[in-house]
Design a protein around this ligand. Structure first.
Ligand SMILES: NC(=O)c1ccc[n+]([C@@H]2O[C@H](COP(=O)([O-])OP(=O)(O)OC[C@H]3O[C@@H](n4cnc5c(N)ncnc54)[C@H](OP(=O)(O)O)[C@@H]3O)[C@@H](O)[C@H]2O)c1
Length: 251
């Protein structure tokens, strides 16, 4: 099996890469900073320097990865940008990076994977959105709105790629204990409800891909909390989510 992971130089993406390598699969990862991968246990891992916001770069990377392979079985897009804040409080540079990576990067990854898989008439493309993106409320953060767009983009590609035998799996995780999440929260994740460890996240994500699920939301407690909140009138939901955000930031 040949697996390519965009945004695989750290966090969820790198843990997925390790999982697939341990199964004997051929695995390639990319990120802007390949030097982030310091452990040398996985000599077979193919690492590429690529910015998902540049289409030509994603295309040429995937071409290089596939040069000695007959097909691409799984493409996972884990590349994402997040900052713990609402629009207006993050800088223009942070907002630009978030929107470019989460939206344009998602489209670029779908396009590159689709081109590689179309002739073979099989394959699975997965993308990491966020549980926050399943709720639609006025005051959600720019990050949440960008991840809601990821879910919608994946829906559009799922419909378009079905006739070519290509399945699309959208992953909507709650909080996952990664270095990035810790760094953003000064290493204090005590206010992150239903935190999932990386091992559990990898096992849920890989099973969803194997089962060709359309959408997987985890952990279950977070899924049902979000689904219940979605039933509330939007004015009440706005107040609850605003208070939750303030509590999490000790404002
Ligand atoms: N951790 C959570 O609680 C959580 C919850 C829900 C959803 N998610 C989503 O899960 C994904 C992974 O998050 P994580 O916590 O594992 O964070 P992470 O360790 O920062 O992983 C993000 C990955 O994306 C890569 N990346 C970022 N911008 C890129 C770009 N323009 N081009 C290519 N690669 C890029 C990063 O590598 P480089 O720095 O080398 O570019 C890194 O490999 C993100 O999409 C995030 O939104 C995370």
């Amino acid at each position: 099996m040949n697996v390519f992971i965009a945004g695989g130089t750290s966090g969820i993406g790198y843990s997925l890469a390790r999982h697939y390598l341990s199964k004997g699969y051929c695995v390639g990862v990319c990120g802007r900073d390949p030097a982030k991968i310091t452990d040398s246990h996985f000599e077979t891992l193919q690492v590429f320097q690529t910015d998902v916001c540049e289409m030509s770069s994603v295309l040429s990377t995937l071409k290089s990865f596939l040069v000695d392979k007959d097909q691409l079985d799984i493409f996972i897009n884990c590349a994402g940008s997040y900052a713990e804040d609402v629009a207006g409080k993050i800088s223009y540079e942070e907002a630009e990076e978030m929107l470019q990576t989460n939206i344009l990067g998602t489209v670029n990854c779908f396009e590159a994977a689709r081109k590689a898989m179309k002739k073979q008439k099989s394959g699975n493309i997965a993308v990491i959105a966020s549980v926050s993106g399943i709720m639609n409320y006025e005051n959600s953060s720019l990050y949440t709105k960008s991840k809601r767009s990821v879910i919608q983009i994946a829906d559009a590609y799922r419909r378009a790629l079905k006739p070519f035998g290509i399945s699309v799996t959208t992953i909507a995780p709650g909080y996952v204990d990664t270095e990035k999440l810790r760094k953003l929260n000064q290493n204090d994740l005590s206010k992150k409800p239903f935190l999932t460890n990386l091992e559990t996240a990898v096992s849920i994500i890989t099973k969803a891909i194997e089962d060709k699920e359309k959408l997987i939301i985890f952990p279950a407690k977070m899924k049902w909390m979000m689904k219940s909140l979605s039933l509330l009138p939007s004015s009440l939901l706005n107040i609850i989510m605003f208070r939750k955000a303030k509590w999490m930031k000790n404002d």
